[in-house]
Design a protein around this ligand. Structure first.
Ligand code: AN7
Length: 353
């Protein structure tokens, strides 16, 4: 069967209004990549897959929810959509709004959005407003604007975002034949962890495919769900999850406890080290997307989790290409040589010894 996006494939599984229109860029159906080498380097004895959500049309998992949120907004006659964003939501909203012929307004925290994400929002014709504040400040402004004006909010407070995002859980169960034992993923505003837990429970109710334990991982400098209180000035190299007051925090904590999992924090160094390990296996993700696996590694190293004989899926939420500056900062820059055959040959052979 030809794959025509998450609405076409799964809309009968979604609690969405009749008026929702299919507005698709053929999102979803992302690869579940076996990672045997990485599993070995984490101690071995278990099976590991990466659900590479960076392979969606705008390079992140946000497309799964945005196709539904924008389709719903367009179907009820909205002309303008709005969101706050650390970057990926903005790029996704801009693309799907363009597809549906809607105006898109995005609010982003000044100086804290990766270049590729901002460029995406601009390329698709969104009105981008940078504010002197955090993502959390931006979210409270857009919520108020959408309450006062006929402008549709497409952040994950919008329930139709979750209806679309939960389809990733269905895909994992379909490929593996049942749910994995563990699902690891990064947590920012906590829409995605909430969506996965909804998806796994729904699929289990229909197909008795089991339920995973969920390991949600925040960045240490912005870990409100670990600390138990909001973080006023969140900081992390993983700018996608630089969020101090998660809108779906309660649901995230429930997903972790009901599933027998947990929410934990990983440091920026641990996140960047995992980004390099993933890249060494051929999968280049943005820093936030390495957080889930950074958390898994930390738990395994400290003997706090035992996954021997089990199946673990790590969700890598966004593509590395959207945040190339991080690589320039954290790795060796390329050698620069004159166009001199001997000098180039010498450098190459030195690397071979
Ligand atoms: C790559 O784009 O919040 O816990 O405004 O871009 O569902 O928020 C991005 C979040 C993980 C966290 N990985 O997901 C935004 C935004 C990547 C992300 C998350 C984000 P949620």
């Amino acid at each position: 069967m030809e794959f025509a996006g998450v609405y076409a494939r799964y809309h009968t599984w979604m609690d969405i209004p009749e008026h929702t229109l299919p507005v698709t860029l053929l999102e979803g159906n992302t690869p579940l990549i076996p990672m045997p080498k990485l599993a070995e380097s984490l101690g071995g004895g278990f099976s590991l897959w990466v659900k590479f959500e960076g392979m969606n049309p705008t390079g992140s998992f946000k497309d799964r929810g945005m196709t539904i949120a924008i389709g719903e907004a367009a179907g009820r006659g909205a002309k303008v959509v709005i969101c706050a964003s650390t970057g990926n939501t903005a790029a996704s909203a801009a693309a799907y709004a363009a597809r549906a012929g809607l105006r898109c307004v995005v609010l982003i925290p000044k100086g804290k959005v990766a270049a590729g994400k901002l460029a995406g929002a601009v390329a698709h014709g969104a009105d981008v407003i940078q504010i002197e504040g955090s993502f959390d400040d931006a979210l409270s402004v857009v919520v108020e604007i959408s309450n006062r004006h006929p402008i549709a909010l497409v952040n994950s407070l919008n329930p139709y975002r979750l209806e679309g995002q939960k389809t990733a859980a269905f895909e994992i169960c379909e490929i593996l034949g049942s749910a994995p034992d563990w699902l690891c993923l990064p947590v920012g505003n906590a829409g995605n962890i909430t969506s996965y837990w909804m998806g796994f429970r729904q699929y289990h109710a229909a197909h008795s495919c089991g339920l995973p334990h969920i390991l949600g991982v925040q960045a240490q400098g912005s870990a409100p769900l670990v600390l138990g209180h909001p973080v006023e000035q969140p900081e992390t190299v993983a700018t996608a999850i630089r969020i101090g007051k998660p809108a779906r925090g309660e649901e995230a904590l429930s997903a972790a406890s009901e599933s027998g999992g947990q929410i934990m924090a990983a440091s920026d160094d641990e996140i960047l080290a995992m980004q390099r390990l993933l890249a060494a296996s051929g999968v280049w993700v943005e820093p936030a997307s390495a957080a889930g696996l950074a958390g898994l590694k930390k738990q395994l190293d400290q003997g706090r989790m035992d996954v021997r004989g089990q199946r673990v899926v790590a969700v890598c939420t966004g593509h590395g290409m959207k945040d190339p500056d991080i690589i320039a900062k954290s790795m060796q820059p390329p050698a620069l040589l004159p166009l001199d055959y001997k000098a180039i040959e010498k450098t190459i052979l030195k690397g071979l010894q």
